[in-house]
Design a protein around this ligand. Structure first.
Ligand SMILES: [Fe+2]
Length: 369
């Protein structure tokens, strides 16, 4: 198997982003695929047979000889066996190095402009569904919730000749290590965080009503506690709302992490007040959330929705406070793994010595829908 060809996550990501024809073959067990997957992939139920050393497992499938095949498994070992079998049949096959474990770092983008010529680039960690944003107007940029390697953001800014003026987060994250501090240092930008005394490094505090100007555009901070006490939403040019983990396109934030039942109830009440504040804003606002619960396709379609549509579709937003709290507390999803360790890293602002691939692996469980 020494000569079996492999492909790195970064290269597969680039092929998908550039729409190069490729066939991805997921050979994991069915249950693992159900948990999360690469949306562009096909599934072949051969995991046990591959492990057992059975041959000719792909003879029933017709592959085009011109389109390369990438085989994928959990950690990149069984997919090697699959790639080898395909190569024996004369098919250009590669195994994804590190498998789905490594795929957690893959990202893609979607882009739009508002009526004030503000560029909005949504940068999506495709596996985890973490959404971060580059906003640019007249050459000046703000980054919101940086969640992947800081080079991704600085490269995009450099290619476009943009200056990163501010780096901000919506709250102290529990599902991924914030790359905000590193990004601000690297790009000589001002790091702003919601006012709190949780993190142990220096930042400029954001308070309710803080205004940040970039180019001819304006970002206004709205305190929306509930998901966490320090959660903020950001209104840009009175057109776009970056709602962090407070409001999603199909649900609302979870109010419970690190909370007893009583505290979760109080936080749910705060979340109710915050959401009421948001739904009273103009209904034509486009809401750009901090997460989506499913893997994000390389389709360049923006994950967003109008405030009006969210208000109509997310039923808990129509409840009174008491029913809202009861409904939320009943529907709280499983606690995400490793969240305490991730919060610790975010308190320090450093992931030195930590295995981020391990800590950040798995699906996102930030929303209640
Ligand atoms: Fe969060």
């Amino acid at each position: 198997m020494k000569n079996t060809k492999t492909i790195k996550v970064a290269d597969l990501r680039t092929l998908l982003e550039n729409k190069i024809p490729i066939q991805i073959l997921d050979v994991r067990p069915k249950e693992e695929r159900k948990e999360w997957k690469i949306p562009e992939s096909d599934f072949v139920d051969v995991y046990t047979q591959l492990k057992a050393g059975e041959k000719n497992l792909f003879s029933g499938i017709n592959f085009s000889k011109d389109i390369p095949v990438v085989t994928v498994c959990g950690a990149g070992k069984t997919s090697l066996i699959a790639a080898e079998q395909l190569q024996e049949r004369g098919i250009k096959a590669y195994s994804l190095e590190g498998g789905m474990r490594q795929w957690t770092t893959a990202w893609n983008t979607a882009q739009t402009k508002d009526s004030q010529e503000t560029t909005i680039i949504q940068i999506r960690r495709t596996g985890k569904g973490c959404l971060s944003y580059i906003l640019e107007n007249n050459g000046e940029a703000i980054i919101i919730d940086a969640s992947i390697d800081s080079n991704v953001y600085t490269n995009i800014a450099q290619q476009n000749n943009w200056t990163i003026k501010y780096v901000i987060d919506t709250h102290i994250h529990a599902d991924h290590f914030s790359r905000g501090k590193q990004l601000a240092e690297k790009s000589n930008a001002i790091l702003l965080l919601p006012n709190q005394n949780i993190v142990t490094y220096k930042f400029e505090p954001i308070i309710d009503g803080t205004i940040l100007n970039f180019g001819n555009a304006k970002l206004e901070a709205i305190h929306t506690p509930g998901h966490t006490h320090e959660s903020y939403s950001y209104l840009v040019n009175n057109e776009s709302l970056f709602s962090g983990d407070t409001l999603f396109t199909t649900g609302v934030g979870r109010p419970d992490l690190k909370a007893t039942k009583e505290i979760a109830k109080q936080k749910a009440s705060l979340l109710y007040q915050s959401l009421q504040k948001l739904v009273k804003l103009q209904s034509s606002l486009i809401v750009y959330p901090g997460h989506i619960s499913q893997p994000v396709s390389f389709d360049n379609n923006m994950v967003c929705s109008s405030l009006e549509d969210i208000h109509n579709n997310v039923k808990v937003l129509q409840l009174n406070e008491e029913d809202f709290i009861n409904s939320l507390l009943q529907k709280i999803p499983e606690t995400p793994p490793n969240y305490e360790e991730i919060v610790k890293l975010n308190i320090k602002g450093s992931a030195k010595g930590a295995d981020l691939i391990e800590l950040e692996a798995g699906a996102n469980r930030c929303a209640i829908s």
